[in-house]
Design a protein around this ligand. Sequence first.
Ligand code: DX5
Ligand code: ZN
Length: 219
Amino acid sequence: VPSLIVAPSILAADFAHLADAARAVEGAADWLHVDVMDNHFVPNLTIGLPVVQSLRKTTTLPFDCHLMIENPDRWAIGYAEAGAYNVTFHAEAAADPVRLANDLRAAGSRAGLAIDRDTPVDKYLDLLPHLDTVLIMTIKAGFGGQAFLPEMLDKVRQVRRAVAASGLEIRVEVDGGIADDTIAQAAEAGADAFVAGTAVYGADDPAEAVRRLRRLASG
Ligand code: DX5
Ligand code: ZN
């Protein structure tokens, strides 16, 4: 198990060439981050289950599916069944997060809980025993290319402390504005999984961008 996870987000890739985008970071990245948006939970529409099912066949990279959708209780299991390594749903959207996390694990996936910009994390810390990943948004969910919000790092510290105290093996993931100039602060705050869209797919050499981010996160 790598100590740090770098997860390129294909949201910043060319949607007509997703398989190429996945292959471009194979061997460098740990997970491939797939942003699913439904134009209801967030005001943007991306890709859904059929695309994930097709893309799953094109790469060996584990999929980190980030569901920015309403009613994840209804939809999340499909992503686990499609072969996602980790399925993360939003705390703000789930009707029964404990049950959904348990169901995801039963379906063979890791379970992740995402916390959007305006959501405090306190009341979700009781859920840690049911989770494999806590994703702290370091932007407002919905669009790539936004500026990193350093004030979100307090939530990262809070989750890292709770995870350490619990003794559980839980990834603390950050998503949004992660780039060469921000990744070290996120790592120092306690993140150990890093999503990067623009910083990877906006680069001339995405694999090299992933390797550089890993070095910068490692300190
Ligand atoms: C936005 C998505 C992010 C997005 C990050 O809601 O969850 O995964 O791809 O893009 P960057 O790295 O450009 O901020
Ligand atoms: Zn994401």
